[in-house]
Design a protein around this ligand. Structure first.
Ligand code: PMV
Length: 339
């Protein structure tokens, strides 16, 4: 009987990936860059024992009770397959009981899969005697990617992280650009809809290249990536902000024009985008928006401007809640278990 607990943050991609070169290995089509989120943490406890006869994953729900994750759901399938894969790699026959909880609403476009899958993979690796792999962050990031949510691989490091695309398993690893103390950036998430998202990322990646706006990674995305890395190095929000917005709009253009299309925005999404543009154009505050595969808006600014922006967002009637985030450390083992 052995329990292992791991905590991991979600992340917001400044340069996103949408579409894969190898769907079976979940390899992103282009390099992508993110920041970890201190207010969006998953905690996962894995118990491994020869006495456990069947793998179970239970996830804490909004009302505080635990619910069994179904093997038939998109996320459940990936999670149970990750258990099977790591068990096999470790040469074990033991089963596991897993419990997991998020500090934020799941499936609302806040990349709960990133924190969830990185925490699960970390706890499984340690549980099955692969602590060396957990400690080697480059190898760990590739293992996390294989769970089926490549963006989760960016959560293994703290702060600002780049996940490489490419064509092979070895090329597609994450690395840290700057740690969580490097730059006082803030991501204020304005939630406008906490319903489960209708189109999963997996379905979206598969449909991406049916869009006429699916851009050339080399000609269009690479210069944006270079500017983003430069902006992080120089802590230059005036350079970073336009890259973030340009990248968000490009991705949503692909989403909306894919076959079948995916529309994630809600009226509240546009209302928050307008708030951000008003604060920037009329109040002269350096603030920018980013939107993942969901309706909620990530509002990016420097810490010195966060309070005034948060207050402005709270005035918006379509904003349901605010989640305040600073860059934080990546996946880590902790000593307190969930059960
Ligand atoms: O890694 P996935 O399959 O969860 O897809 C990530 C998709 C986006 O969040 C929209 C973009 C990104 O790079 O985080």
């Amino acid at each position: 009987m052995q329990k292992v607990t791991v905590q991991s943050p979600a992340n917001i991609a400044f340069i996103k990936y949408w579409g894969q070169t190898k769907h079976n290995l979940f390899i992103p089509r282009n390099d992508n860059i993110s920041m970890t989120l201190s207010g969006c943490i998953t905690t996962t406890t894995v118990e491994r024992s020869p006495d456990i006869t069947k793998d179970t994953i239970e996830v804490r729900t909004k009302n505080g009770t635990y619910e069994l994750l179904s093997q038939n759901s998109t996320k459940g399938k990936k999670a149970y397959e990750q258990i099977e894969r790591i068990r096999k790699m470790a040469g074990s026959t033991d089963h596991v009981a897993v419990k997991s909880e998020n500090s934020f609403p799941s499936d609302a476009g806040i990349a709960s899969s990133a924190s969830g899958f990185s925490a699960l993979t970390g706890a499984l690796l340690i549980s099955f005697g692969k602590k060396d792999m957990f400690d080697n962050k480059k190898e760990f990031s590739k293992e996390v990617r294989l769970c089926g949510s490549a963006s989760a691989a960016r959560s293994v490091y703290g702060g600002f992280v780049e996940l490489h695309g490419g064509n092979s398993h070895d090329e597609a690893f994450a690395e840290q650009l700057a740690n969580e103390h490097y730059w006082n950036l803030v991501d204020i998430i304005a939630t406008v809809d906490d319903d489960k998202k209708k189109t999963s990322s997996s379905a979206g990646h598969a449909a991406a290249d049916s869009s006429p706006y699916y851009q050339s990674p080399v000609q269009v995305i690479q210069p944006r990536i270079d500017r983003t890395i430069q902006a992080i190095q120089d802590k230059n929000i005036k350079l970073l902000g336009p890259c973030i917005e340009e990248d968000t709009i490009s991705m949503h253009m692909v989403m909306m024009t894919s076959v079948p299309p995916a529309y994630y925005w809600q009226p509240g999404t546009l209302a928050v985008m307008q708030d951000v543009m008003h604060l920037r154009n009329d109040e002269h505050i350096e603030v920018y928006f980013s939107i993942d595969a969901g309706a909620n808006v990530h509002v990016i600014c420097e810490k010195k401007d966060a309070a005034i922006i948060e207050n402005a967002l709270k005035q918006n009637k379509l904003v349901q809640s605010i989640i305040y985030n600073e860059p934080c450390e990546g996946t880590k083992q902790i000593n307190t278990h969930l059960f």
